[in-house]
Design a protein around this ligand. Structure first.
Ligand code: PBG
Length: 309
């Protein structure tokens, strides 16, 4: 009666991995998660939606042969993601389909942006050139029927540029979920294993945020609001509950939080060793994220939890 925070299936976005193959593959770096074939993806998304989960977000594993320095496959209108979006929307019209906008699955450097290498071995991410590619990627997802595009790349100015590219292509109805405060986190390791998308060299610290910074998250928020984001996100979730709270206080936009692969794996592996009670810890960790102020939670546990709720 007096409980303040109650989880419901409608709080969740279910992240799903997909690949070109016709078989569903277990993901070694994320036990319990699957790299789905298109058919498997449609079935899994449908099962989650039937449990009351309103939305999925898609992450493609791209074969090495399609990875290029320019990441051209990212905006192929017949690429894996556009085909998956069409299949999902035709089978489950009421499911909200969110797509990831970033170059790391597609570019041979494994970075979210285009890379320029100096003679001295230095590595620079080309912000504005990257934003142009991201705009094409976002439009190709909207054309396929994506309801929401979610730029996870952390380039500067990309929300405004994507908004205007979508509008010019007559996709005024397509929303933008911005990864607003995305930290340069070691918790993404298992995800990069799932997609084979780890950076070939260097790190992501020139575009993702310093874990020591909270005020900077507000600065990112103000920019994203100004640029036209419809929802903002904090990522990872558990180690950044203060940042979720701060964003919740500072904006009227919906705030999403992403319980990332490393957070998932810590719980899974401790439970597999018999050290933690998985169901209880999953519920507690997600309740904590919602209590901190998240309106929407992206979690690999979404379907399990919805089943229990
Ligand atoms: C990359 C992207 C990452 C995740 C989502 N989109 C990894 C990264 O930035 O290196 C991580 C999600 C997770 O760890 O669950 N655009």
């Amino acid at each position: 009666m007096v409980r303040e925070t109650v989880l419901t299936p409608s709080d969740f976005v279910y992240p799903l991995f997909l690949h070109e193959g016709s078989k569903d593959q277990p993901i070694e770096s994320m036990p319990g998660c699957t790299r789905w074939s298109l058919d498997g993806l449609v079935a899994e998304a449908g099962a989650a939606h039937a449990l009351g989960i309103p939305a999925v977000v898609l992450f493609p594993a791209i074969v090495d042969a399609q990875k290029t320095p320019g990441g051209e496959e990212s905006h192929n209108p017949d690429g894996l993601v556009p085909r998956a979006v069409r299949a999902l929307k035709s089978s489950h019209p009421s499911l909200v389909v969110i797509t990831d906008v970033a170059l790391d699955p597609y570019n041979s450097d494994g970075h979210d942006g285009l890379v320029q290498r100096g003679d001295d071995g230095s590595l620079t991410i080309l912000n504005d050139e990257t934003v142009e590619v991201l705009c094409r990627q976002a439009v190709s997802h909207a054309e396929a029927g994506a309801d929401v595009v979610a730029p996870s790349d952390m380039m500067d100015g990309r929300v405004a540029a994507i908004r205007s590219a979508l509008d010019q292509a007559s996709f005024q109805e397509t929303s933008i979920l911005s990864y607003t405060a995305k930290y340069a986190s070691a918790y993404y390791g298992p995800f990069r294993g799932a997609l084979g998308s780890a950076p070939k060299d260097g790190d992501k610290k020139t575009y993702q945020m310093d874990p020591g910074n909270a005020r900077e998250a507000i600065r990112e928020l103000l920019l994203d609001e100004e640029e036209g984001a419809d929802m903002v996100m904090v990522k990872p979730a558990g180690p950044y509950l203060d940042v979720i709270s701060a964003l919740r206080e500072a904006t009227t936009l919906p705030v999403a939080a992403y319980q990332v692969s490393g957070e998932y794996l810590m719980i899974k592996s401790a439970a597999a060793a018999g050290w933690l009670d998985e169901e209880a810890v999953v519920c507690e960790s997600l309740t904590g994220i919602k209590r901190a102020g998240a309106d929407v939670i992206l979690s690999y546990f979404a379907k399990d939890v919805a089943q229990r709720l």
